[in-house]
Design a protein around this ligand. Structure first.
Ligand SMILES: Cc1cc2nc3c(=O)[nH]c(=O)nc-3n(C[C@H](O)[C@H](O)[C@H](O)COP(=O)(O)OP(=O)(O)OC[C@H]3O[C@@H](n4cnc5c(N)ncnc54)[C@H](O)[C@@H]3O)c2cc1C
Length: 285
């Protein structure tokens, strides 16, 4: 099928893009970033936007920089930018590890980090990173700018706190200290497929014990999120099988898994046990 008819707009500045969105949002106007999610849904006529505001010509949105301890990722930064570390230390390495699980090269060359957050697929790797690290996004509309914290951003499957006339300008992630250990693990049926479950663990070690643990799950529930029950099982424990098993069992018990015709809730719980354990083992390696 071909997309339904739409009007195409190509702003060159953030202000132009925001002014256009203010005008067309009420008539189902949408932002076009990498197009790797939006265009296929338009081709199937699952989405029929009347206007597309293409931000690819807005060079100010191509920025990626560390400012005040945060990595700021502009709305036009592609997945492929993360094939090499974009910053020093564990965060740069973590993002390079994670990006290799997102789709395939052609999609990574067009799709954007911020587009993934705006699209909010439950299995999106970037959404999991964003939730695990308590990132924030900067959004702008004709009414002004606002910061939205990760815990307030995701509102359900493919639903976020962004308003129709808001442009997501950039996502921010905290730079991790050099002694932070990170591990990511996902299970998908074929390389490049969306994950059926994924986990990200991060912690530091002080006096042989785990401190400041973060453990988040993606792909299993409607949105990725940190799992406090699993983090409590890790805090103060010595890193190793006993603590990792306790955290994995806590995560498995805490989640409310999605079900579909192929994957039962029980299967997803089993997967969560495995991906949490393996993510924590990778962090310890
Ligand atoms: C075959 C295939 C496999 C894939 N596999 C994976 C995978 O394994 N993991 C994964 O995470 N993704 C996967 N994707 C999706 C891909 O990562 C997309 O690039 C991503 O989900 C959306 O980014 P985009 O820049 O392409 O956004 P677009 O497709 O342009 O937009 C997606 C949605 O977000 C909105 N939007 C985009 N940018 C902004 C902004 N700055 N402000 C406000 N709204 C905005 C759009 O209006 C639209 O509603 C896959 C896609 C394909 C086609």
């Amino acid at each position: 099928m071909k997309p339904a008819a739409f009007r195409y707009h190509a702003p060159k500045t953030i202000d132009e893009a925001v002014a256009l969105l203010a005008k067309v949002a009420g008539e189902d106007g949408r932002v076009l970033a990498g197009g790797q999610s939006l265009v296929p849904t338009m081709a199937f006529r699952l989405a029929k936007p009347a206007h597309l505001v293409d931000i690819n010509g807005v060079t100010a949105l191509d920025r990626i920089a560390v400012t005040s301890g945060k990595l700021a990722i502009g709305a036009c930064v592609r997945h492929a930018a993360f094939h090499r570390p974009v910053c020093e230390g564990p965060l740069g390495k973590l993002l390079t590890d994670v990006v290799s699980h997102i789709a395939h090269y052609p999609i990574r060359n067009r799709g954007t980090f911020c587009g993934s957050l705006a699209h909010a697929d439950p299995a999106s790797e970037w959404c999991l990173v964003f939730a695990a690290l308590d990132g924030e996004v900067l959004a702008k509309s004709a009414r002004g700018e606002r910061l939205i914290a990760a815990r307030d951003f995701f509102k359900g499957v493919m639903t976020t706190a962004l308003r129709d006339d808001e442009l997501l300008l950039e996502a921010r992630l905290p730079v991790l200290t050099d002694d932070t250990r990170c591990g990511f693990y996902e299970f998908s049926r074929r390389a490049g497929d969306f994950a059926l479950a994924a986990a990200l663990g991060a912690y530091r070690i002080e006096g042989g014990k785990i401190v400041e643990p973060r453990l988040a799950i993606g792909g299993a529930e409607v949105n990725p999120r940190r799992i406090p029950e699993a983090e409590r099982a890790l805090a103060g424990a010595a890193p190793g099988d006993k603590a990792f098993r306790a955290a994995a069992e806590a995560a498995m018990a805490a989640i409310d898994p999605m079900e579909d015709i192929v994957n039962s809730a029980e299967f997803r719980r089993d997967l969560v046990l495995a991906v949490v354990w393996r993510a924590l083992e990778r962090a310890a390696a």
